[in-house]
Design a protein around this ligand. Structure first.
Ligand code: ZN
Length: 490
């Protein structure tokens, strides 16, 4: 095998991974089958999940029907599943003797999977199975390596949101002011220009206007959380969800994280997210789950009255957030040091000859401690070593906000952007972006073929099942590559 393909997983092995995935089969077993009178379905529900995952591999559900209609392919695929059922002692019926069809898939998708009930089962049952898979490859171990002071990559989860644009462009709409003062949308007929109550032609009724980095984007928003080992094919998708309204990415991610945390519990030390996680979200993750957060500090130039301009050692100016005084007793009496943060990091300030604040020191970050209150909420304390001619000392700072004010968690970051642990771990988040990019590559011309967010979410579940099945399959074979397994770990 040449170096170019060494350790890579080809299409047939990916098909085998999907058909052999015990996690996928167990998830399928949770989906109730509707028995139509006098007729049993040809295939148990997990076969439809296999079909969905293979559709992301083949980039087309119709293509899956075609591929599986080949007698040799179906004989192989079916035998792989039957072996997996036996080897893992799963209590499910074997796949039918004839290959599944696109019509069977469509029926199950529309009647079960993409309904609120079906998506509810996936939302409830996917995270615990994914956490179990993650643990089987050494991720999210409660007694694993790392500490809150220096979290380990194996106990880090990372997430991202993405917008999937639909293949059908949204209709042009105008707002019409009614006589009663209300405003209703009307749709100009593309040919006559006459205003219609409903758009002419095909469109997606669930579309929401999401404001992404590049301005308003019309599409469906989704979030996903992952964890990954250091070797190839060790990413585990832990959960996915639909962003129910524009601007709600962080709120949706917090809900999804709670679903994952319910099962992963102490297995997680750190959550990595992008700038969508602000102080209020960081504080919630710390207090509710006891996890630390790395999220990029926003580069806002707008006026923020909580921030004060200070001069750095190199003469440049920076915005600082005041933390107050750190006091300690010395042989000659009490001594005070003025502390503030810049870009999330603690600094010590003094006044220069002109009476203006200037950064004189950057206290070294020390231990991070966590305690749990009687109400179940967590509370963190961050240690910093302050240097003083009268004797160095450690000051403990709370990163939490006070009721209704999250300026402190926004500005005092337990693991700031330029911290060595942040530099070591924050790169994981780009893997979340690559997951979304690869998902979109399986959708026709980057657009969701599907109509509506439910079917879009189903596509993402299917892609997650494909990803996890490959991880599971590679792990079952003892991995493809041990290169780098110990890299990035402490
Ligand atoms: Zn002092």
């Amino acid at each position: 095998m040449t170096a170019r393909i060494a350790g890579r997983i080809g299409t047939i092995d990916r098909l085998g991974a999907v058909m052999a995935s015990p996690t996928l089969i167990r998830l399928g077993a949770e989906l109730a089958v509707e028995h139509r009178v006098g007729r049993r379905p040809v295939h148990p529900p997990y076969v439809m999940l296999q079909f969905a995952a293979l559709a992301r591999l083949a980039r087309s559900a119709v293509r899956v029907e075609l591929d599986l209609s080949n007698a040799a392919t179906w004989t192989y695929a079916r035998s792989v599943t039957i072996d997996a059922i036996r080897n893992h002692g799963l209590d499910v019926a074997p796949p039918g003797a004839v290959p599944p069809t696109w019509e069977q898939w469509r029926w199950f998708r529309d009647r079960t999977l993409s309904t609120d009930d079906g998506l509810g089962v996936l939302g409830r049952e996917f995270p615990p199975l994914a956490v179990e898979l993650a643990r089987s490859i050494g991720q999210l171990a409660s007694n694993g390596p790392g500490s809150l002071t220096h979290p380990d990559a194996s106990r880090t989860v990372y997430g991202d949101g993405t917008i999937v644009r639909p293949i059908y462009q949204p209709p042009q709409a105008v707002r019409v002011h009614e006589a009663d003062g209300s405003v209703t949308p009307r749709y100009p007929d593309p040919r006559t220009g006459r205003l219609l109550d409903h758009p002419a032609g095909r469109f997606d009724p669930d579309l929401a206007e999401h404001h992404g980095h590049l301005g308003p984007v019309l599409g469906h928003g989704y979030v996903a959380f992952h964890t990954r080992g250091a070797a190839t094919y060790q990413r585990v998708v832990l959960g996915v969800d639909h962003i129910d309204a524009p601007g709600q990415e962080a709120a949706c991610s917090l809900r999804l994280l709670a679903d994952v945390a319910r099962h992963a519990r102490d297995g997680i030390q750190l959550v990595v997210y992008d700038g969508a996680f602000r102080g209020v979200h960081i504080d919630e993750v710390m207090r509710r789950h006891g996890y630390l957060v790395i999220s990029k500090m926003p580069t806002s130039d707008g006026p923020d009255h909580a921030l004060q301009a200070v001069r750095l050692g190199n003469g440049r100016m920076a915005k600082s957030y005041p933390l107050g005084l750190a006091n300690h007793d010395t042989p000659t009496g009490a001594c005070s040091h003025v502390l503030a943060t810049i870009n999330g990091r603690v600094v010590e300030l003094d006044l220069d000859e002109g009476g203006d604040p200037v950064v004189v020191a950057t206290p070294r970050r020390g231990p991070i401690k966590r305690s749990r209150r009687s109400d179940g909420r967590f509370h963190f304390n961050l240690g910093y070593d302050v240097q003083c001619p009268a004797g160095d000392f450690t000051v403990w700072l709370s990163p939490h906000g006070t009721a209704g004010n999250s300026a402190r968690p926004e500005n005092l970051r337990a693991v700031p952007d330029d911290d060595a642990d942040s530099l070591r771990l924050r790169g994981l988040r780009s893997d979340a972006e690559s997951f979304h990019a690869n998902l979109k590559r399986t959708l026709l011309v980057d657009r969701a073929m599907s109509l509506g967010w439910r079917r879009g979410l189903l596509d993402i579940y299917a892609f997650a099942l494909l990803n996890n099945a490959i991880t599971e399959s590679v792990a079952a074979r003892g991995g493809t590559s041990t290169r780098g397994i110990r890299q990035g770990r402490r």
